[in-house]
Design a protein around this ligand. Structure first.
Ligand SMILES: Nc1ncnc2c1ncn2[C@@H]1O[C@H](COP(=O)(O)OP(=O)(O)OP(=O)(O)O)[C@@H](O)[C@H]1O
Ligand SMILES: [Mg+2]
Length: 455
């Protein structure tokens, strides 16, 4: 078993020494105190895996101590030690949230067994939780799909900045993949095994955001009934994703600036400076320069955040990606919905390729997911696409979002899309891709070069 850290609160010295000695010999790291108050003080400043608390103590008894602990650390495991035969006290303790109880005189073997169980259980729960979110995020990392040269450049930058400690600002319209890229940076960084904490600055009411980010002490404001650890503390050693950073209030901007400059912050309602080692990755879809002009965003904070800036182009500026994204989401959602949809009809694909996607990649994703769910056969048809795509008007929609393209330009676009799709379908094997396109391999090679397609 890994060396766990235990706190013992017991007023009788002989009993306390006995327990401390025994548990240390068994390889635990132990702090022993004589009463409930000292126990609380110990918990304030140190990390423990578990506390063993005597029920009968002067001043603050075991039950009162347990209640105080619950207020500060709702999930912290506490085991109560009660006198033999007092079942009621044991029951009361369990009701107040003790994990277990031991009756005195304490059977040391029983104690050991229980500790093993408790600690294994809590590390298991913790590991499971971490593993699950990491797996989810990592799955996304390997699934950044692109074929355009603009995205290739972006991903090159991502790969170069990931291993550094630099603060990164990710910009781009809604749905362009900012969060996906943020995940990629964290998981390709030396901090990948450490916490990856995400905060959406726009989703949390302004009044709560500061306490969310920096934590608060009990009583810091009305309703602060227990101490709360902030997200910066949680992220210590790892990275924090500050999404929608453009929505921060002026006072939060000042505090964030301080974290970036001094690597220090305070919990709300406390003067204690806490050190933090956190890499900040921020994202916004807003125009920060404009916000600075309007004095909504601090320039000094902007410079601190903008050490490295990654701009994700809107999908309309990388239309070569659309075809690959369609195929990617088709596969993803057929698997997820246990359907065996293998393709999209020519007409449906043409509609999908023509659509302007004001909602960027997210809109491609939503359209395909919807189509997969609606689709009855093995091929998606125009019937599975929403009406606004099928209307002739979508032509106008498309025009309004971008300047009219010349015919040769449009034809080139279609050609490039078809080539990308063929290559993707045949895992990049050019002979096969050329065959399916009905052109010679030599012509295909020429066109790949012409369109700068990544191989
Ligand atoms: N290149 C890509 N390859 C595969 N999936 C992508 C790609 N880009 C985005 N997605 C998917 O599109 C959806 C939107 O992406 P994401 O949430 O990262 O966008 P965002 O820029 O953070 O948007 P918002 O500003 O609205 O928060 C997600 O489900 C994401 O997995
Ligand atoms: Mg986002």
């Amino acid at each position: 078993m890994e060396k766990a850290k235990l706190l013992i609160a017991e007023d009788e010295k002989t009993q306390r020494d006995l327990l401390e000695g025994f548990l240390k010999k068994e390889g635990f790291s132990v702090e022993a105190v004589a009463n409930g108050r000292e126990a609380l003080r110990m918990l304030e400043g140190n990390f423990f895996d578990l506390a063993l608390i005597d029920y009968k103590m002067p001043e603050l008894d075991g039950l009162q101590t347990l209640r105080e602990i619950r207020k500060l650390y709702p999930d912290f495991p506490v085991v109560m030690m009660t006198a033999y035969g007092t079942v009621e006290t044991a029951v009361a303790s369990m009701k107040e949230g003790a994990l277990d109880y031991l009756t005195k005189p304490i059977d040391l073997d029983e104690l050991l067994l229980m500790l093993q169980k408790v600690i294994e259980r809590s590390t298991l729960i913790k590991e499971n939780k971490e593993l699950r979110t990491q797996l989810q995020d990592r799955y996304q990392f390997t699934n950044i799909v692109y074929g355009s040269s603009v995205m290739e450049e972006v991903m090159g930058l991502v790969a170069r900045v990931a291993p550094s400690q630099a603060t990164v600002l990710i910009r781009g319209e809604s749905g362009t993949g900012k969060e996906l890229v943020a995940n990629a940076i964290h998981y390709a960084s030396p901090r990948s095994q450490k916490p990856w904490v995400k905060v959406s600055c726009a989703a949390i009411p302004e009044t709560l955001l500061e306490s969310e980010l920096f934590g608060h002490e009990k009583g810091a404001f009305t309703g602060a009934t227990q101490r709360r650890i902030g997200r910066f503390e949680e992220a210590d050693g790892g990275s924090i994703f500050l999404d929608e950073i453009g929505d921060l209030s002026p006072s939060t901007q000042v505090k964030l600036l301080r974290v970036l400059q001094e690597k220090e912050f305070q919990r709300l309602g406390s003067n204690l400076n806490l050190k933090t080692d956190v890499r900040v990755i921020a994202a916004t879809h807003r125009n920060l320069e404009e916000a600075i002009q309007k004095e909504l965003f601090r320039q000094d904070l902007y410079y601190r955040l903008n050490v490295i800036s990654i701009a994700l182009p809107p999908l309309r500026d990388r239309r070569e990606d659309i075809s690959l994204l369609i195929d990617h989401f088709l596969k993803k959602y057929s698997e997820e919905n246990q359907k065996s949809i293998s393709d999209i009809s020519k007409e449906a694909r043409a509609l999908l390729l023509r659509y302007p996607y004001p909602g960027n990649v997210r809109e491609v994703e939503n359209l395909i997911e919807r189509a997969v769910i609606l689709c009855r056969g093995e091929m998606i048809t125009t019937q599975d696409l929403p009406f606004h795509l099928r209307e002739e008007k979508s032509e106008t929609l498309w025009e309004s979002s971008e300047k009219q393209k010349s015919l040769p330009e449009s034809l080139e676009e279609i050609e490039r899309d078809s080539i990308l799709k063929a290559l993707h379908q045949h895992q990049g094997v050019q002979t096969k891709a050329a065959e399916s396109l009905g052109i010679s391999e030599r012509v295909l090679r020429y066109k790949i070069k012409k369109y700068g397609i990544r191989q």
